[in-house]
Design a binder for this molecule. Structure first.
Ligand SMILES: [Zn+2]
Length: 168
C-alpha cells in the first residue's frame, strides 16, 4: 500500500498495543514502513541511472532486472514471510516485544491484496520465486494518482496527530 496507509497502521498499532514506551511506539511506526525503505532507494537509484526521467511500471520492472544494485535485491527479502517469521522467533528468544514482527506481518498483509501481477509479493521467497497475485495495484487506482491522495494523507496525518497528542 501507499506510504500514508502504512504509517497510519503503525500509529494505530503503536497506540493499541499495551505497555509500550514512547521510544517503542516510534519504532513501531518505523517498522510499518521498514519493508519498503530499500525500494525507495532502488527507485531513486534507477531514476538517477535513467537521467531523472519518468518511467512506467513496466520500464521500472525491466530496469530493476537489468541493473542489479544492492537495493533491488532486498525487496524480495523484506517482503518474504520468512523475514518477519524469523524476527518473531528471535523476539521470543530474546524476550523483545512481539509488536515489531506483528507490524512487519501487517505490512505484508496490506501489500498482498494491493500488489497485482508484476509487483505481486514473492511471499515464499527464497523457496519460491512465484509472485502472489493481489486484487489491484494501488498505484494504478485513480484515487492514489491525483489530489485526493494528498487529501487522504492530510486526513490520516490529522487523525494521527490527535491520537499521538492524546494517547502517547
Ligand atoms: Zn511493501
Amino acid at each position: 500500500m501507499d506510504l500514508g496507509t502504512h504509517l497510519f497502521t503503525g500509529v494505530i498499532t503503536a497506540s493499541l498495543w499495551p505497555s509500550l514506551d514512547l521510544r517503542q511506539k516510534i519504532l513501531v511506526v518505523l517498522f510499518s514502513i521498514l519493508p519498503d525503505c530499500t525500494e525507495w532507494l532502488n527507485y531513486f537509484s534507477l531514476k538517477k541511472h535513467n537521467g531523472d526521467s519518468h518511467f512506467s511500471i513496466d520500464e521500472y520492472s525491466k530496469l530493476s532486472r537489468e541493473i542489479k544494485n544492492p537495493f533491488s535485491l532486498t525487496y524480495s527479502l523484506l517482503h518474504s514471510i520468512f523475514t518477519p517469521l524469523i524476527f518473531f522467533i528471535i523476539s521470543i528468544i530474546f524476550n523483545w516485544s512481539l509488536v515489531f514482527s506483528m507490524m512487519w506481518f501487517m505490512h505484508l498483509l496490506l501489500d498482498l491484496p494491493s500488489h497485482k501481477v508484476k509487483l505481486g509479493l514473492k511471499l515464499w521467497w527464497p523457496l519460491s520465486q512465484q509472485r502472489l497475485k493481489g486484487f489491484f495495484d494501488w498505484w494504478h487506482v485513480k484515487f492514489f494518482n491525483s489530489w485526493e491522495l494528498w487529501g487522504y494523507w492530510t486526513l490520516l496525518a490529522v487523525i494521527s496527530f490527535i491520537i499521538v497528542k492524546n494517547f502517547w
